[in-house]
Design a protein around this ligand. Sequence first.
Ligand code: C2E
Ligand code: MG
Ligand code: MG
Length: 755
Amino acid sequence: MVDAVTRDQQEFVYRLALSLARSTIDQLDGSIHKFLSELGHRLRADRSYLIMFDDATQTISITHEACLNGAPPQRDAIKHTPMARFPWLLDQLQRFPVLVIPEVEQLPHAAEEEKLEFRRESIRSLMLVGLQLEGENRGILGFDFLDLPTTRDPETERFLLQIADVLGASVHRQILASSNVRFENSLYRYSEQFPGVIFQFRVYPDGRATFPFISDKVSDMFGLTADMLQPDARPLLDLIDEQDKASFSEKVDESRSQMTPFETHFRALRHDGSTAWMEARSMPARLADDSIIWHGYFYDVTDRKRSESEIEQLAFYDALTGLPNRRLLRDRLAQALNSSTRDQSHGALAFIDLDNFKNINDSAGHLIGDELLIQVGQRLQQTVREWDTVARLGGDEFVLVLKGFPTETPSAAACVDKVCEKVRSALNEPYCLNGIEYTGTPSIGVTLFFDHDTSLEELLGQADMAMFRAKEDGRNCIRFYDSMMQKKVSERLAMESDLRLAVRKKQLEVHYQVLVDQNGQPVGAEALLRWCCPGRGMVSPAEFIPLAEETGLIESIGYWVLEEVLSRISSWKTLNSPLAKLPVSVNVSARQFHLPSFCSTVMALLRKTGASPRNLKVEITESALAYDLELVEETLGILRSMGIRISLDDFGTGYSSLGYLKRLSLDELKIDQGFVRDILDDPNDAAIAETILALASALRLSAVAEGVETKGQLDRLVRMGCTRFQGYYFSRPLPAQEFERFIEKAGRDRQRRAW
Ligand code: C2E
Ligand code: MG
Ligand code: MG
């Protein structure tokens, strides 16, 4: 029953079952009506309804109905309506559990009567499901469509069958209950029609129990006759399952002392040797001699119990491994937190992620992957103790909730570590998957909890964080969450909120670093962002740019930098100084570059500040190219057509292929400072730098060597043919005014030399 319907439908069935089971008899009508109307919406039906059969009068009546889209109700029209008016339909429902009528007009000749009925009500198509009570068709769950045709769809049919099951049980309850109100006066008359056993149960003040009345069905079920039970209730009470006897007596006592209705479920041994679930309901009354007499009924709910447990299985367990799912995990974790408080013991939550699971899934196929997950689930269950929980979150993620460790944190941690180590080595053992041996490893992240000191959400986050640490640390290992990890996270959060303020509080500044030619003459500048944060001092962009990218703050920061730099360039425009012609490079991060508005923003800022596009260079890193290449080409094309130059930053560290470079409109490559740093000592780095230079010259791009700090590096680069340089050897990045003085002085020195 479980596997064919969608998750969403399962949820619906589950919700329906729970809500009906929780409704009191008085609320039941309302709940059924609510679900009918939800069902109607789902199926796009104009009318959804329940019809019940009355065998005694051979009539049918609509008992519940939900009309949508202004469809007229039928409740009054179908009330004690003779069954004979629907001969074909009722016959079909005896044979098939679901009856779909895709088009009323195409009904077969045998259904002439029905066709007329439906036509009169302007019904175009229908879906009908038989309601089974005690194995017999006792009603219909139906849907009318006034305008739409319907089609047969196995999935919907299975879903409706489940719904009908659940509704059937409730209607059953309702029938029994409504009968219950009346039957006290006329036990005999009704008992025959009852699907269960009707009884009067009397407990005398001395504790003796009898059944003054019990209907004959008791002998079908339990092989006991009314005559046997009238003087002594014990033979029947003895058949109650050992596991349920205590709670049964408790319920009787409670009902007797408080005079409240007696309601319970219990298992009992049937005549045929099978165990059946019974549901009993009855009302107590006090007699003159102080005996208590209950009027009530019990009946077989084995089928319903079974479907309830199937539903529970659906809602709380992972279908592949049968392990608790995320929902049940939450529940178990909440219980574990409670027992930690109660017993003053430590508990632990462990996140387990299989290393490289994706590889096996992709290469060997999903079936093998599934098989591995099943086996992992089994090993986990065999490894932990019976009171621990093994859950699967989905994918290759498993979670353990471990309980009952010492109060002292260090010894608790040591014990938990032992358990996790056992888990790790169990998962390291080779697996046999479809005859092929496979070895795999897990990464395990663990966090401890004690006495509700952490919330459920926090714990899940902590274990997850620790698991990532285990991955980072080379996999197949166990890492405990520690407060340092948390500290880093909190620091990041604090930095993020400070950074948000930075733009508004004018804590950002742009510094400029000169680019020179082989004679040391300025040929450009790079704008480099600085954050002067009170309390943190000068924060390097290397530290906060990645954070700004992750949080999206880079968009406003990037805008601010562009505006600041372009205003500066514009203020230099009219100066009679080398500054007027100096191109300035601005770093643009991938996320900023890929904003659809990027080009138009640059254009608007150029207009607003009056800066010339010839003086602007945009620096992007290789990571910006890793997206949609066509989009990148387009953006670069637009920028170049505006007269802006493009520079590829940190070249050599990314994945740019030659193909890329040829296709894109670039002006400049910047050799990453990592290659320049060791250019004198590391032949590899030297070779790379040389290759980049050769490549640049082949593609007619200019090349800039970044991070030049010494004369030795400079000389080597010059010998390799490099003509553009940037680095501390020439100048550090300087605040704007200092940079202006620096350039003007360089200009004067040059003139002086020229004289
Ligand atoms: P980058 O674009 O590769 O910038 C060059 C970095 O090298 C700068 O670091 C600069 O101060 C440093 N540098 C220059 N000469 C030398 C040298 O001789 N030796 C050494 N060791 N380093 C040198 P900075 O300013 O810390 O910037 C780091 C990175 O932050 C930049 O790398 C750039 O990717 C990013 N960045 C800076 N400003 C911005 C900005 O406004 N927007 C964006 N998106 N990123 C920026
Ligand atoms: Mg740069
Ligand atoms: Mg760089």
